[in-house]
Design a protein around this ligand. Structure first.
Ligand SMILES: C[S@@+](CC[C@H](N)C(=O)[O-])C[C@H]1O[C@@H](n2cnc3c(N)ncnc32)[C@H](O)[C@@H]1O
Length: 326
């Protein structure tokens, strides 16, 4: 299988099922963000999801509808295998063949975290039925480890909008309105995902240096965004025509290049900073620490969660745990 390495990130031109089996070790991936072909036969695709086929890059490989169920079982089994315990996966899907993806997920050990609805603009114009203007995003985790969820990566818990509503809460509701890029006259991949959508998933569910995988690269949108956020990337695209065209753009992505433009959340300083610990608090801290570690949390994650619970900074929590011999 042809492979290109750029800035330490590896991209394979080939089938992701065979490719993952051959090249990606068990439990090595922190996060999968992927958007598989939809299994809708031929030229009806654009009628369902408002795609202007005229400007779509040649070479897109679709899976015949009759084979779609088996295809989902096979690639989702690979996704389960390559994720680390506690790793997470986001799968973007239309509604037509969603049931095949849900069925395949239930055949694995992966557990649902959220079923997100992505509402977009430019839905198909209809007269005798409702306008379809959403996709599904299935957010699952592999049990057995601590899942990364960067609670305040985008909005601090106390930040409010002009109407007094919590920005953090609003950002974490499971209906996301994210506009698709409208690129009239520009060549694009089918269903190219908007950067804002990808940034959100990658920010909440991974840290810098984590390994992000996209099994269906298409226009390499996930890969470009992940590199821009300073994550490591591995991915697959079966079509030689798409791969050859998009790998050139991929080479232009600057590691960490998106970081300076990210919104900086305002995070409230811990409310108990500098206050003496009471005996009761110390007991509760000891119990909380044991509960988290017994539940599979790493020490780093336990310290972070205890900091939120006790309103103290990382350093204060670490110091008290050390004093307690923990
Ligand atoms: C829906 S598109 C992905 C779009 C991508 N998320 C983007 O933003 O541009 C699905 C892609 O998967 C590719 N594909 C189809 N079968 C594949 C397989 N077995 N392995 C790897 N890629 C495959 C298609 O050629 C297509 O480019």
């Amino acid at each position: 299988m042809r492979c290109v390495t750029l800035n330490g990130n590896t991209f394979y031109n080939g089938d992701c099922i065979a490719g993952a089996a051959a090249h990606i070790p068990d439990g090595s991936v922190d996060l999968i963000v992927t958007d598989p072909p939809y299994g809708i036969d031929g030229d009806l695709l654009h009628r369902h999801y408002n795609r202007d086929e005229g400007y779509v890059v040649d070479g897109y490989v679709e899976v015949p509808a009759a084979e779609y169920g088996e295809f989902c079982l096979r690639w989702i089994a690979q996704a389960e295998r390559i994720l680390r315990p506690g790793g997470s996966v986001y799968i973007v899907s239309g509604y037509t063949n969603l049931y095949h993806i849900l069925h395949a997920l239930r055949e694995t050990s992966l557990e649902e975290v959220n079923h997100i609805v992505w509402k977009y603009t430019f839905g198909v114009y209809t007269r005798r039925k409702y306008v379809s203007s959403h996709y599904h995003i299935l957010y699952y985790e592999k049990p057995g480890g601590t899942r990364t969820f960067n609670l305040e990566s985008r909005y601090g818990l106390t930040e409010k909008d002009a109407g007094g509503r919590s920005l953090n809460y609003g950002d974490r509701e499971d209906v996301w309105t994210v506009h698709r890029d409208y690129k009239p006259g520009q060549v694009k991949n089918k269903n190219e995902l908007p950067p804002d959508l990808l940034v959100k998933m990658i920010q909440y569910s991974s840290g810098e240096g984590d390994l992000v995988c996209d099994l269906f690269l298409g226009g390499f949108s996930t890969a470009k965004t992940a590199v821009g956020l300073n994550r490591r990337v591995v991915g697959f695209e079966v079509s030689p025509a798409i791969f050859d065209r998009r790998i050139i753009e991929m080479g232009e992505a600057v590691p960490g290049g998106l970081l300076p433009d990210l919104r900086r959340p305002w995070i409230e300083p811990p409310q108990n900073r500098g206050r003496r610990w009471t005996g009761e608090e110390i007991e509760a801290l000891r119990a909380g620490y044991r509960r988290l570690i017994d539940g599979g949390a790493t020490k780093k994650e336990a310290v972070r969660l205890l900091g939120l619970e006790f309103g103290r900074g990382r350093w204060a929590i670490e110091k008290m745990l050390k004093k307690q011999g923990l």
